[in-house]
Design a protein around this ligand. Structure first.
Ligand SMILES: C[S@@+](CC[C@H](N)C(=O)[O-])C[C@H]1O[C@@H](n2cnc3c(N)ncnc32)[C@H](O)[C@@H]1O
Length: 430
């Protein structure tokens, strides 16, 4: 006896569309699965205040959700950017893909507390394609300002862009579409929907094996356009996981970099749990450079998050939190939680592997001045003379990694509902 599959409203719409027009690009499928206003993953996860895709009750952790030290260290870097620009009266931070607004809260709180001169100049605009119902300070993309002096910042936004998928077949690049057959969503192959896909992959055809699969993010160009419209003078700080293109399209990464996250469980089938799970793909940082370069925005550097935060002075924060334990100002458990949270930001197998791509758009008389940034080139740590924020002092909610069961200790394959290790989450061979 065959059973009729039960589909949700989003699936029914996709099925109807496919029946009428034929298979859809993976990019169109991922766009619907993540961002459909009614049933997409982000809008439905964020419709109710308190419900969030990020953090202990969500599907994955991000750096801002792990500890307020992340926002504090970025705040110190932003203050140096402001000084490099000659301490203008107005320095605007524009955060794209701000989600729940945790990073915004941590940065503005730390600037107010520790950097009073900078606080007089800094304003913060947080936007998202799909803002949280509970985060009043995060607006939709229509609030993006134009022509600012300051910094455009994003954390894990580019990896959430819908991507096209391809496979190498008979030595050629073919596109992977989404079709619906015999009661289920399935992959189907076809000619490329956009020549740009071949433009990115063709140079690697000689080294890639048959049936190699990968992704191309064609939306980076739109992102770069909006960055260029927003930023007149200053910096772009783009934090995400990914590689330069030769590393991204490497024969050993034969299944590509597409990943799904559902209740801290890692998966690789984006055609299941449609609208219920997150889908991401590694960022092509070569494309990021190219797209920004044509807009007159040049790369300054791309250290790992571990290098960047170490240059800014995360060790100073770690030893200060340790010292507080000996002075008895804070309980041993709190210290452990703070150390786990701060440490997770530079874990070489986890968030520390992310990249902090920094670009600048200079005015004629800025010369080389903008290039000297402590996070990128090192020097005297910016944390010197400043206090570390703690989980208990922070206005925003953060994950309590120790309470959530420490993702660093387990090295076995996670069971459904159990958290994977950072290594499993970001490894190329899940
Ligand atoms: C993985 S979440 C990261 C959220 C937050 N930055 C953090 O680190 O916790 C990705 C976010 O990017 C947003 N996003 C994706 N594409 C976007 C776009 N084109 N413009 C603005 N936000 C976008 C999503 O809505 C989502 O909130």
């Amino acid at each position: 006896m065959t059973t009729t599959p039960i589909h949700n409203a989003l699936e029914l719409r996709l099925i109807e569309h496919i029946a009428q027009y034929g298979p859809i690009t993976f990019e169109a499928f991922m766009d619907a699965a993540l961002y459909d206003e009614q049933h997409g993953y982000y809008p439905s996860r964020r419709r109710h205040p308190g419900s969030t895709p990020v953090g202990t009750d969500g599907d994955y952790f991000t750096s801002p959700s792990s500890h307020p030290a992340f926002g504090a260290l970025l705040a110190l870097q932003l203050e140096e950017m402001w000084r490099n620009l000659g301490t203008p009266d107005e320095f605007t931070v524009v955060e794209m893909g701000a989600g729940d607004g945790v990073l915004q809260s941590d940065i503005t709180e730390y600037v107010k507390r520790e950097l009073p001169e900078f606080a007089k100049a800094m304003s913060y605009v947080a936007t998202d394609l799909s803002p949280s119902a509970g985060a009043d300070s995060v607006s939709d993309n229509s609030a993006l300002p134009i022509g600012i002096t300051g910094c455009v910042i994003s954390n894990e936004m580019l990896d959430a862009h819908p991507v096209n998928r391809f496979v190498i077949q008979n030595g050629e690049v073919r596109e992977i579409f989404v079709d619906y057959r015999d009661g289920e969503f399935v992959e189907s192959l076809g000619d490329l929907s956009e020549p740009e896909i071949a433009g990115r992959v063709d140079p690697f055809l000689g080294s890639l094996p048959e049936f190699y699969r990968g992704e191309v993010n064609l939306r980076l160009g739109y992102w770069a356009d909006s960055v260029a419209a927003t930023l007149e003078r200053g910096y772009v700080m783009t934090i995400d996981y990914g590689y330069e293109r030769p590393e991204l399209y490497k024969p050993t990464r034969a299944d590509g970099s597409l990943r799904c996250y559902y209740q801290h469980t890692l998966g690789q089938n984006p055609l299941s749990r449609i609208g219920k799970q997150d889908i991401t793909a590694h960022v092509d940082f070569t494309a990021v450079d190219h797209m920004l370069m044509v807009m007159g925005i040049q790369r300054i550097g791309k250290p790992s998050q571990q290098e960047f935060l170490s240059n800014v002075g995360i060790d100073g924060f770690l030893s200060e939190v340790n010292d507080r334990a000996t002075t008895g100002n804070i309980s041993g458990t709190e210290v452990q939680e703070d150390l786990a949270g701060i440490g997770s930001l530079i874990d070489p197998e986890g968030l520390g592997r992310f990249r902090v791509a920094v670009h600048s758009r200079a005015a004629v008389d800025d010369g080389e001045r903008l290039r000297s940034l402590t996070g990128v080139v090192g020097g005297v740590p910016l944390t010197r003379g400043h206090n570390a924020p703690t989980l208990n002092d922070s206005a925003a909610d953060h994950a309590r990694l120790l309470r959530a069961s420490n993702p660093f200790v387990s090295s076995t394959q996670p069971q459904p509902g159990e958290m994977p290790t950072w290594e499993q989450m970001f490894s190329d061979e899940p």
